[in-house]
Design a protein around this ligand. Structure first.
Ligand SMILES: [Fe+2]
Length: 436
């Protein structure tokens, strides 16, 4: 590419040739629309460009350019350095290049709404930093921006082929533009209403990636308390709150799981079934969240997941990434009992779960790697107290059958003792013996 450009413009004096040299990397699936993301630690200013021809376009050829700089970021209508061809610009700090951290920068073209969007982090409208609306199509006469509908080829400028080959720059592509975000709530078909459809506050499973659809069927109908153990949730709560009982003791041992001891940053993991090699750890996990407990901020190895609240409710906080700069959540939602949420490789990937209520909460999560994921990274990454990214292998405190059996035995024993010894001191004595 550089050679072609050099030949074509050898006689012209072009300032900063590196930044206008176009390296074509792929096509849009549909002309005039799509979202292109580049994830990397930028060393210097760069551009993402959309063109109607796969050739060096420097000069006066129409093209769309997102030009991200250290002091200013611009949308351009040609890939040059001319002031006249700037569509819009911003000096907003958030819109500038972050040289210190790895970041996903994305550029969305929406021909139907005649809109450009630029954001950092997950490709969603909530994270749009800067946008530009082209003037509406004139009812009469020439539409001077009709050419945006013919844009098809994606190029990068200021990024080398080696960096792309070695994957130090990763391309993330989405065939649709960033418009209305898919909400984190998944509702049953029978709960969908015209209002929900209009406001977009929840989605039905059919709108989600195929991987999530497969997982949904497995957990949608599941409940915690079943006729064979109708007070299972009371038994777990008792086990969490009573010294000597299994949940209480296990939680105590886990307080350093994520670095410096923190008894509140713990939860219990009970696995269902075997690791089938297609998810980080066992695909189905019951997670038990004592009152006031939370997870660290973590990401999910780019896997897909469906999470259902089986008992009580939980807060989910979403983050743009794991960098220290990203630790302000951009969205916080509450999922109540029986509500379902989802995670994909592109959306809602980095979160923290927090039980803000006065009693325990139980969720079931199921995970799966995406079809194109050949790396199968077996860890969840999280950020520790020292702002360092660490990983943990999703492990099991118990298998489900083992857990249910232990809780049932313990609960029966507890109820028996409670009936037998009405006095607190005798009960405490029993627990003390048990702990030994
Ligand atoms: Fe999670």
């Amino acid at each position: 590419n550089e050679k072609i450009l050099n030949e074509r413009i050898s006689n012209e004096k072009i300032p900063n040739k590196r930044i206008i040299c176009e390296l074509y990397i792929r096509n849009l699936d549909i002309t005039g629309q799509g979202t292109v993301g580049l994830e990397f630690q930028a060393k210097g200013e760069f551009r993402i460009m959309l063109s109607s021809k796969e050739c060096q376009s420097y000069g006066k050829t129409n093209a769309l350019v997102l030009d991200i700089g250290e002091n200013i970021t611009r949308f351009r209508k040609r890939n040059n350095n001319d002031k006249d061809d700037i569509l819009a610009s911003t000096k907003k700090h958030k819109a500038l290049l972050d040289k210190k951290v790895k970041r996903l920068y994305w550029f969305s073209l929406d021909k139907k709404n005649r809109r450009l969007r630029y954001g950092k982090g997950p490709m969603q409208s909530l994270l749009t930093i800067f946008s530009y609306d082209f003037p509406p199509k004139p009812s009469k006469g020439i539409d001077k921006y009709a050419w945006i509908e013919n844009l098809r080829y994606i190029a990068v400028c200021g990024i080398s082929q080696e960096d792309l080959n070695e994957k130090s720059v990763e391309l993330k592509f989405w065939s649709l533009p960033v418009t209305v975000d898919l909400p984190p709530y998944v509702i049953r078909h029978k709960d969908a209403t015209l209002t929900v459809l209009e406001t977009g506050k929840a989605t039905v499973i059919d709108n989600l990636p195929e991987e999530c659809q497969m997982l949904y069927g497995n957990v949608a109908g599941i409940a915690l308390n079943t006729p064979d153990f109708s007070d299972f949730s009371d038994a777990i709560e008792c086990s969490i709150n009573t010294p000597g009982m299994i949940c209480y003791e296990k939680l105590k041992k886990k307080s350093s799981t994520f670095g410096t001891p923190n008894p509140k940053r713990t939860y219990l993991r009970v696995t269902l079934g075997e690791d089938q090699g297609n998810s980080p750890g066992v695909p189905f996990v019951l997670e038990i969240w004592p009152s006031g407990h939370y997870s660290p901020i973590h990401s999910h190895s780019d896997s897909f997941a469906i999470i259902k609240v089986l008992y009580n409710e939980i807060v989910a906080r979403y983050y743009t990434g794991l960098n220290p700069e990203d630790q302000k959540c951009y969205n916080e939602v509450i999922f109540k009992q029986d509500q379902i949420t989802w995670i994909s490789d592109k959306l809602y990937q980095t979160h923290q779960l927090y039980n803000h209520t006065g009693k325990m909460c139980v969720t079931i999560q199921c995970y799966q790697y995406g079809e194109k994921d050949n790396d199968h990274y077996e860890y969840f990454d999280y950020i520790n107290d020292g702002n360092i990214i660490q990983n943990f292998r999703p492990n099991a405190d118990w298998t489900f059958s083992e857990f249910k059996r232990l809780i049932r035995n313990e609960w029966e024993e507890y109820k028996y003792i409670t009936d037998k010894y009405s006095s607190q001191s005798k009960r405490r004595n029993w627990l003390f013996t048990k702990r030994r």
